[in-house]
Design a protein around this ligand. Structure first.
Ligand code: PMP
Length: 444
């Protein structure tokens, strides 16, 4: 009888050890980690260089409270992140996870507004569907009603605009008019709210768990940048999932040359070795806040030297193993092979993604884009069937709007062609078995 509790879900075996892209349970069963945990373990499991860096740091110190000491590891990691992120984003604030990073970014933007004599600005516009975290502030900008609804009375409601799901709306994502169409919804929302009340706009550059690797249409990113500039709105890129090389560039926004005002990172930064997150902000934002007395915010474990030493070693591995390039080349192959599965299995209605943030979505009917009936809980069934075959994938049902169940296939960035073969073989067999369960029930 366990004293632990999490969300609902199938009982899973006890993890024994993990190496590279594989994990083993205590019964000796091997699993290919086709989702890098929750899109976390970008450099694979048990990387010896990261473990050695952690050991070296542990021998020196594992904690130095930030108000008592600077630490070499946190300084070095901050410098590295300033180097790897867009020009002018040089100020780094460490946290221990993605929700903390999102909270911190929003509070920093708010203090910036106050410091620059714009105290009426407090609303953070976000998109629906989206996921930005589970703490009450991050949840308030999350567009995912089943997660947010129970807590509605406890949260400040924040405005939402639709995520640019061109494939569902029957629009061509390669037509710049499509990008403008969705981006202009931001302008309309700012005008509805009153520009003098709007503080920030937060986006996942490529959708994560909420939309299943949704890539924005051509023209979208340029236009939202223009709109944020025009109305003095802080643009926050939530790179918790897309950062640290996941999509083939260090940050997801690099694909469009987008320069956010604040970037938040987590997952792939600690890469499963330590809990770590970071807010990387424009100098002018932080300078203004510091001039007016500093940032009234901070977590006890912020800048923990062990976490930062691990993060630094993770970034070294991403660079030395050329993992961004590997994510691009293996991601292209994986997406092509997922398209192959779509040709074979009608239940796949869409394949999408960039680098190794890839997904496919189930549809009952491709022509109408009708989702599978929700009561089938198809995404969980698929995950459980794949798991039983030793393949771990990640899934969600986007319950807002009409999108159905999607499966994220996001292996560590160290994969090679043989791992892709193994993933595709596992998915193919799982899809066949899945249909034997689903088919009789689709029209039931
Ligand atoms: N933002 C995004 C885009 C995420 O994907 C997640 C986690 N799935 C978070 C924020 C929250 O991160 P955490 O679970 O580490 O708090």
């Amino acid at each position: 009888m366990s004293n632990l509790f999490y969300q609902s879900g199938a009982k899973r075996p006890v993890l024994d050890h993990a190496q590279g892209v594989y994990m083993w349970d205590q019964q000796g069963n091997r699993y290919l980690d086709g989702s890098s945990g929750a899109m976390v373990c970008n450099i694979g499991h048990s990387n010896p260089n990261v473990l050695a860096a952690m050991r070296r740091q542990m021998e020196k110190s594992t904690f130095g409270y930030r108000l008592h000491f600077e630490t070499e590891a946190s300084e070095a990691l901050a410098n590295k992140l300033a180097e790897l992120t867009p020009e002018g984003l040089n100020k780094v604030f460490f946290v221990s996870g993605g929700s903390e990073a999102v909270e911190s970014a929003m509070k920093l933007a708010r203090q910036y507004a106050i410091a620059t004599d714009k105290p009426t600005r407090w609303k953070v516009i976000s998109r629906s569907p989206s996921y930005h975290g589970c703490t009450l502030g991050a949840l308030a900008v999350t567009g995912y009603s089943s997660l947010t609804a129970p807590f509605a009375p406890m949260m400040q409601e924040m405005p939402k605009i639709p995520a640019p799901r061109a494939y569902l709306d029957g629009l061509d994502p390669n037509d710049p008019k499509t990008g403008i169409h969705y981006a202009d919804m931001l302008e309309a929302q700012i005008l509805r709210e009153g520009p003098e009340t709007v503080l920030a706009f937060i986006i996942e550059p490529i959708g994560g768990a909420s939309t299943g690797a949704l890539v924005p249409p051509v023209g979208y990113m340029d236009r939202i940048r223009q709109i944020c500039d025009q109305y003095g709105v802080v643009l926050i890129a939530d790179e918790v999932m897309t950062g640290a090389g996941r999509t083939g560039t260090f940050l997801g926004c690099e694909h469009w040359g987008l320069r956010p005002d604040i970037v938040v990172m987590s997952k792939g930064l600690g890469a499963g070795y330590v809990p770590l997150g970071a807010v990387i902000a424009d100098d002018k934002i932080v300078d203004a806040v510091m001039d007016k007395g500093g940032f009234a915010h901070g977590f006890t474990y912020a800048g923990n030297p062990l976490a930062c030493a691990a993060g630094l070693a993770v970034l070294d591995e991403i660079a030395s193993q050329n993992l961004c390039a590997n994510a691009t080349s293996t991601g292209d192959k994986l997406i092509a092979r997922l398209h192959g599965l779509m040709q074979k299995h009608d239940v796949i209605g869409d394949v999408r993604g960039k680098g190794l943030l890839t997904a496919f979505e189930f549809m009952a009917d491709r022509s109408t884009k009708a989702p599978l009936p929700p009561h089938l809980n198809a995404h969980q069934l698929f995950v459980d069937l794949a798991y039983a075959r030793g393949l771990i994938v990640y899934s969600r049902r986007t319950r807002d709007g009409i999108a159905g169940d999607h499966i994220l296939v996001c292996p560590p960035l160290i994969i090679d062609d043989t791992h892709i073969d193994e993933i595709i073989t596992g998915l193919d067999a799982t899809l066949t078995e899945f249909m034997t369960h689903i088919h009789p029930k689709i029209n039931a």
